[in-house]
Design a protein around this ligand. Sequence first.
Ligand code: ADP
Ligand code: F6P
Length: 328
Amino acid sequence: MMSDSVKIKTIGVMTSGGDAPGMNPFIRAVVRRASVDNIRVLGVEGGYEGLIHGRFKEMGIREVGGILQRGGTILQTARSQEFKEAAGQREAVRQINNAGMDALVVAGGDGSLAGAQKLVQKGIPVVGVPASIDNDIYGTDMCIGVDTALNTIVDAIDKLRDTASSHNRAFLVETMGRESGYLAVQAGIVTGAELVLIPEIHTPPKEVAVAIEEAYRRGKTHAIVVVAEGYKPHTAELGAMIDAMDIGFTTRVTILGHVQRGGKPTAFDRLIATRFGVKAVEFLLEGKSNIMAGLVGREIQPIPIDEVISNKKVLSKDYIDMARILAR
Ligand code: ADP
Ligand code: F6P
């Protein structure tokens, strides 16, 4: 975890993988914290794709003005097939060395951190920062972007409930999250959804139909089912199956999609993104690298990148139980 105490003069900063609201406050924090110690910051444009192709630009404190409240990432991001290959990684290392970068700070999801581990294995000092709306990264309680995405979902479900109620309908609302049910469960709890379907727990379609029908019989004017995108069968297929069964309500399906990744970051996301950015630079100044900055409780801690990659984050059973208990 501790690298040799090389004096850090230049660092690269990069956003990678799926964008997450809060990546801009993160970039701003890295640049401004680095400037305090006269560290030069090179922004890598377009994630690992840009790294391979040497798309670097100087980032001064003025370049990061006015971005705190903006969604997306001013450095852009990408999913790079080329970087997954050894040849791409070699080229990235060559570009890092050519540009004189002493270390790299990478914000992204679990894939991006797996990429960071590859650079670490090739001798590049890296600090990773968890940024993914999925909140599926081991070693951190929270990732940049989760809170904003959750607020977007809640806003959408509140609106869907209005129309569902007016028409006596059941809505299946699909949330993102890849193989994680985190967003779906949290959204289910705070919107009072009748049911939450997640990949971590097998719920057969017949059980879904029974739960919706029960809500109908209890006199509810609507039923909201939050479906994580990783649940099988897929939401559209499930919708068709449910609609064909006699459940009282008619059914509609809403896939929230990429709207969950956009929008201005919430105060919470601005704050953790800023804390992650500042701390990432400070870790490097303390000679710590090959780590991810993880939020553990209220503190940001250095978590070895190998530990992050070799473990799987498990969704807390407490949340799953809570969603079930409160849906009455
Ligand atoms: P996220 O970071 O949001 O999870 P991806 O899974 O698409 O998004 O990962 C972002 C990028 O990180 C990929 O496009 C790829 O370039 C790189 N990456 C992902 N997994 C690996 C891996 N196992 N080895 C090397 N690079 C990887
Ligand atoms: O990892 C973030 C995420 O939004 C997932 O929730 C989703 O499965 C995926 O990215 C979508 O990827 P893309 O933007 O490439 O369609």
